[in-house]
Unconditional design. Sequence first.
Length: 419
Amino acid sequence: MRWFFFIISLFLLSSNVYSKKPETPRWSQEAHIGQPFFAVSCYSRITLDPSSVKLNIIIEVTNDMLLFVREREQFIAQMDINLSVIKKEGGQVIRQVRHVEKSVPDYDLTNSKRDFSTAVFSVDLPIGKYNVKVMLEDKESRQRETVEKEVDLRAGTSGYFDISDIILSRSSEINQELNTPLHPNVSGIVPEPSSIMYCYFDIGRSNPEQVCKLFLYVNDKTGVIKHNDSLAIVGGEKLSSYFMSVPCKDLSFSHYSITLKAVCEGDTIQRNASFKINFHGLPWTISDIDQAIRQLKYIATTVEINRLAGQFPSNKEEAFIMFWKDHFPCQGDAVNGKMLEYYDRVNYTNIHFGGNRQGWETDRGRVLILYGKPNRIERNDEGISSEQYEIWYYNHLNKRFTFKDEFGFGEYRLVSSIW
């Protein structure tokens, strides 16, 4: 009798979760995983005082993460930003609060992922290690999120010259008051083929008459140099800031690293940064298009996956976007919201369920990708390994899944389901 129920269970699984044509994922609001609310980056800048460092903290929020309210002929979003900088040895160093408003002329821009708000905080601090805490609240939706960063403000690397961190920028315009790019690119994502990425940095020299040579390299994930440039600096001020550009028109979808080397009187200083080419508006969580195609296994047939994987590299991104447009259309959306949600779920599973294999390949990962977060989870993880289990309840879908850690290694396998 036990074998009979076991065979029936296998049949149910193979006819549902493991089928070649799984049912369409439910993209309901209550199952939404969501994306990070905002991005924060910290940059160590140079001052003429060798015992202190200027810290730039830049916050970036895309329009689609905010709730806009119509006021007369405009749509307005409001947010409060709370910043705390705390020295690691103890004691709060600084706290600032800022109110930011964003207005757009038409409704379509309220959902834009390419229009954004930025806020720049700039403080001079003694050399040392700090914890930076940024809390942002959307005043309309009351959505609130906190991001924390650890920063190590270092002393100059030599007695007579130094170079700051690299700030990526969408343009070569300057905020004169703060000496920062007017359009910083905190996320490091390049969305347009015609874009130029700008690298902004400080050079400090005790003797400006000494020649300082700068070398900029852009490498792909395999280490191949895709762009290089150089610049010689002589004369000027002891502390100056510069832009160097990175044309992106010949770069394909991928992650890239930037290496900036400064050479002066035989000494070399190196700084690094990274960015991502994303011309087709792919989710930020996708870093490898071939991997993203493989991750379609729960909503695409083997034939469809093989057809996408077999495209020429230059055509893969466009074919991938067309797959989503044909199978899961989002009318009026510049970026397919269902695709974004799907890969948000993939990313969530990799963070929470990864182990011997990636989270999206596990049984819990598969169910979460298809159905989102459950309404309720019942757990027993305090007993012996054979008793460690999780039961996921999807009340709104009338579904229930039971996962069991049969070997005690954290690999929860699907052992039963109610459809």
